[in-house]
Ligand binder design. Structure first.
Ligand code: GDP
Length: 326
């Protein structure tokens, strides 16, 4: 039975990946941070087959202990402080976890494996935020990185360090440059979930408006459930490499609002939407749109869920969630 250790198990991707690996017959371990982490219950309810191990990406000895217990064949490093807007407010913490955490994990693996790195495969969650001020449209694996936030800068460090461990030690270390990926499990601070929750709430008469930031921002949004499949496929390749995982389509926040409101029968959303400077970013990324051609060709990976279906799925799920609560 193959064994996997996932950091970031409490997040959207951690949960989908754990489900996928359990289905494939893996023994799955998840690293969980903090004392009495309130999300431990969520993990135990959603993926009861996962064994939780205490640890923190900023504490290398805790990573060594987790590796010792899990004895993993595959490590998926999904743990990060991942909210871009917050990364300006907590730049040092974001660097410690999102950047230096990758170093801690790679070093822990190197020490734990006692120089025999052939027994382990590593996945690093890189991000389209690394492209920031885009140097090429669409963005590919070879596009020059130009991050526009402390989060993006931290992800660039993790990305290059992963490549460096592959080149320095011959480690099977791959990096997935994932464009935005969403689901009903997305945190409510991210724009898609903020909108799906608000639209469901407006429909149920629990709220009368939503306050937004930049409505012209554009993203390449896919479904998280499709994207974790790509992570797994990367680690099954004979050689490690880097891959852009994206849909190849871009949509604006306005289009997101169109589909979300339309799915509850509201054709004109203008009366329900306000804008406030507080939700604008000090710097925006440009036109993010990924070219997933390499993933398609080498991994045989393609996204299955389209943008409209994704947004409708999220609104429907939030309608159900809020109706059950009220
Ligand atoms: P990100 O791509 O990781 O930053 O994902 P987000 O979902 O947080 O933001 C996506 C885009 O939506 C960014 O360009 C934001 O500027 C834009 N946006 C517009 N209004 C909002 C809002 O109210 N909240 C958030 N989170 N983003 C917003």
């Amino acid at each position: 039975m193959p064994r996997a250790l996932i950091t970031g198990i409490t997040g959207q991707d951690g949960l989908y990946l754990a489900e996928l690996l359990l289905e494939k017959g893996y023994e799955v371990f998840g690293l969980i941070r903090g004392q009495n982490n309130p999300k431990a219950d969520l993990v135990s309810r959603t993926v009861p087959g996962v064994t939780l191990l205490p640890g923190d990406l900023t504490d290398m000895s805790s990573l060594l202990r987790a590796l010792q217990t899990a004895q993993p064949d595959e490590v998926y490093n999904l743990g990060a402080i991942s909210f871009v807007a917050y990364s300006w407010e907590q730049a040092a913490l974001t660097t410690d976890v999102t950047a230096k955490g990758v170093l801690n994990m790679l070093e822990a693996i190197r020490v734990w494996s006692q120089g025999d790195l052939s027994k382990i495969r590593f996945y690093q969650a890189s991000s389209s935020e690394m492209f920031g001020r885009v140097q090429e449209v669409p963005q590919r694996e070879t596009t020059l990185l130009w991050p526009r936030s402390p989060y993006g800068v931290s992800k660039v460090y993790g990305h290059y360090l992963t490549i460096n461990y592959r080149e320095s030690y011959g480690m099977h270390a791959s990096s997935g440059i994932l464009f935005n990926h969403e689901s009903p499990r997305r945190g409510p601070e991210f724009v898609t979930r903020k909108v799906s929750l608000a639209v469901a709430s407006i429909k149920l008469g629990l709220q009368d408006k939503i306050v937004m930031g930049n409505l012209d921002a554009q993203r390449d949004w896919g479904f998280a459930g499709d994207y974790v499949e790509a992570m797994w496929r990367m680690l099954q390749q004979p050689t490690a490499d880097d891959y852009v995982i994206a849909t190849g389509e871009t949509h604006s926040i306005k289009e997101l609002l169109d589909i979300a409101f339309d799915s509850v029968g509201i054709a004109d959303w203008a009366p329900y939407v306000e804008q406030n400077e507080a939700f604008f970013r000090p710097a925006e990324v440009d036109l993010l749109i990924g070219d997933p051609a390499k993933a398609k060709e080498t991994l045989g990976w393609e996204p299955k869920v389209g943008f409209q279906e994704l947004v409708q799925m999220m609104v429907e799920s939030d309608l159900k969630l809020l109706s059950e609560k009220s």
